[in-house]
Design a protein around this ligand. Sequence first.
Ligand code: C2E
Ligand code: MG
Ligand code: MG
Length: 592
Amino acid sequence: MQETTTHILIVDDSEDDALLVSAQISRVVRNTEFLRVDTSAALRQALQGKHWDLIICDHAMPQFNSRAALEIVKALGSDIPFIIYSGQYNEQQGIAAMQMGARDFIQKDNPARLLPVIQRELSTVHLRRAKEQAEMFAESLSRYDDLTRLPSRHFFRELVEEALRETRTEKHKLALLYLDLDRFMRINDSFGYQTGDLLMQIVATRLKEIASAHILARLGQDEFAILLDHIEGERDVQQFVAKIAQRFEEACSINGQEFFLTFSVGACICPDHGDDAVTLIKNAESAMFTAKRQGGNRHHFYAHETNTTVSRRLRLENALRHALERNELYLAYQPILDLNTRRIVSTEALARWQHPEFGSVPPSEFIPIADETGLIIELGEWVLRTACAQTRQWHAMGFDDISVAVNCSATQFKQEHLANRFLPILRESGLKPEHVELEITESVAMHDVNHTIEVLRQLKAHGVQISIDDFGTGYSSLAYLKRFPIDILKIDKSFVHDITLDSEDAAIVRAIAALAKAMRISVLAEGVETPAQYKFLAHEGCHRVQGYFFSKPVPPGIIQTMLQQYNLSPAYQKRKHEAQVAQLLSSHTTAP
Ligand code: C2E
Ligand code: MG
Ligand code: MG
């Protein structure tokens, strides 16, 4: 560490005396710098020009004295230790000086006291200086983000305030952009925080290049903000956002893995959308949420109605807390068809919410809220209980080979004793675990691979079927996939959608079907809407389909009608009857 210099100011009319004192001090204190003054003007100038650690003052000088010197020091509000060192000084004067704020007084005929007093004073000075430095360091740490060295949220707010003060006098416009990386959590979940951190550094470097003339800050894990100075209007912002998007067309590569990143950007303009830092940041953030809700990879300008969207979220969250007890939730079931037998083999239970004020709230809106607030635990258990009871009823009606698929969210899956919570619900329902398919999304499964293996094994040991939902949208590692005890891969509907138009999507679906075959597991395509898609999937060896082509999610009564229509056909009944006879025969032959 660099050694600091101690600055000592000597107020004395005698150059020789000053030299003598400084020589004495230099012998015991390293790195000292001295200055001698002997008038009030010179003292003032010295005090204003530099920081001093100690003042040693003679008492009586031709044009000056220690009392006047002390008054000057105190008038400047300074608390530099002040020591009087004089030949003509008595005890009473000394006490009076100490009452005025001097730290000590020493008579020149007793020089042995000088050094210990100076060392004592300097040690308190050094202590204080170390404390100040530590405080400054802590302040600088909170001002800058560790990972990217960009200003933090707190410091950004100060910088914006400062820019706004100038704007007020110069009357020009500013824009504040709030950037949030799309799907960053998924990358973090699948590749771990280290990769996430490396990516953040690349993102920061690229943004620094683009925003070199502006203020850039990192506000949160994957959130950045830019303050654009001197803009004419929205067009400037649009051009700037386009520049960012263009820069990120190039993949970010980490250890050979390529990531294509996009942002959701919220923008607001000062003074049109606010004229203080807190409001501007808040409004840009709510505009960013709108961009995100619209699918990401876009920007949105703050409009006053965005606030109602934000408060809608809060109102929904509150309403959701009472939804279960007020019986506002119910389940719809979407049939899943076996392509070989053309029969319904399963149904997916999908939560629905009908609220008296909000009307029907889509699951894409309320499930994430339930997941973030933890309400999903209670909601998910209710779904499982209700779906099992319903399926048990269908079994009682004779459709005793159909299963039910139930979704399990990230928060539910992260629970430590998931199996302990799920299995008793199954037991109570009387439905065999073999008839329950638990759907977890690919990204949830990849989040904590060891936990996933552990939980899936426990469930599997009791016979529960495991299905990987939205497959193809996460970043699966095949090595891990192989270790998961899974029964079904559900190809995400985004691939199925363009299967007959887009050769890449077709290739992906083909690859997933081949993978499932190699792993000897069943493959299910969701979101099948057209006969062409259905044919393609049948041709590629897909086992099951689910989608509007066959049926939308419907109330249980309609499922019952469908079961009667599809699962009670004569050929089916014949085969079922044969199977029952075979079972009967085998139980007779094996009986003692
Ligand atoms: P998911 O598990 O992937 O469910 C399939 C979604 O695709 C359902 O949307 C379904 O209505 C929709 N879908 C089915 N066939 C088609 C089709 O042919 N075309 C199109 N475009 N869409 C189709 P839904 O019901 O809106 O649910 C959305 C998501 O909400 C579900 O996606 C699931 O992740 C979540 N969700 C729904 N209910 C629950 C629940 O009880 N628990 C949990 N944890 N999540 C749930
Ligand atoms: Mg699902
Ligand atoms: Mg899905």
